[in-house]
Design a protein around this ligand. Sequence first.
Ligand SMILES: NC(=O)c1ccc[n+]([C@@H]2O[C@H](COP(=O)([O-])OP(=O)(O)OC[C@H]3O[C@@H](n4cnc5c(N)ncnc54)[C@H](OP(=O)(O)O)[C@@H]3O)[C@@H](O)[C@H]2O)c1
Length: 266
Amino acid sequence: MKIAFIGGGAMGEAILAAVLNRGLSTPQKIWVSDAKEERRQHLKQTYQVSATESNRDAATKSDIIILAVKPQNLPEVMPELSGQIKPGQLVLSIIAGARIDTLCKGLAHRQVVRVMPNTPAQIGEGISVWTATPEVTDTQKEQAKAILSTMGREIFMADEGYLDIATAVSGSGPAYFFLFVECLVEAAVRIGLAEDTAQELVLQTMIGSGQLLKKSGKPPAELRRMVTSPGGTTAAALQQFENGNFNELVSRAVAAAYHRSKELGK
Ligand SMILES: NC(=O)c1ccc[n+]([C@@H]2O[C@H](COP(=O)([O-])OP(=O)(O)OC[C@H]3O[C@@H](n4cnc5c(N)ncnc54)[C@H](OP(=O)(O)O)[C@@H]3O)[C@@H](O)[C@H]2O)c1
């Protein structure tokens, strides 16, 4: 597969590394363009891929063009590529909030896949939600699926509207988890644990609980009830969450992310 990466930052590199690791492509068939010389050097040296500062050069050489710049850089990238992308080339965008319609118009190209990945993609544990224009062929969909599978799981949604929901849940979700970890470490330190012990205790508790949830196949509510004896320590803690309206707070946070995602796409 000939692939161009427009933007070789954290997410671009994660996809690049995964694609090479899984043998979907070879360094000779990969071009990366990035505004930063330092990034270009890093990617060249680490992966032996070709790197250029010209987005146009990279894009015209490939079958698949992965757009991985920040949303604020998209308006400068689209005019450079507009009119340069040929029928048969697939554009795969991971840019948060960039709508299919905006991409198709800005690039003057109709074969576009839009993806919402998340950061665990960097270790092959991500989940990507994606959609495609009707002009994307079945073969191109298979190629997109293969690329996304290198970063973890993937779910296709025919309706683009679901990408805003995914943004609020799986896209921003890792930050919700990290915040909870931070809070729990802080709370542990406040009641007497040393910071490094608190971190170890919290991290393994979170990872272990996630694995238990995955491997047991039991719903989270059931696992929660199993650790909560009436009148016990967990019950005392959970009562505090309830008093603070934890459910409602999470719900408001996710709704805010969802509305922001829709707003950014306008
Ligand atoms: N990171 C996440 O959690 C996450 C999750 C889902 C989706 N995404 C999406 O993934 C995309 C990339 O995110 P990221 O975290 O990898 O960003 P990033 O690290 O900032 O990478 C973007 C790279 O593109 C370069 N660049 C800027 N303008 C350019 C231009 N005109 N032409 C070519 N390269 C240019 C940047 O250089 P400078 O630094 O010099 O600007 C930077 O090296 C974003 O659109 C984001 O919405 C990210």
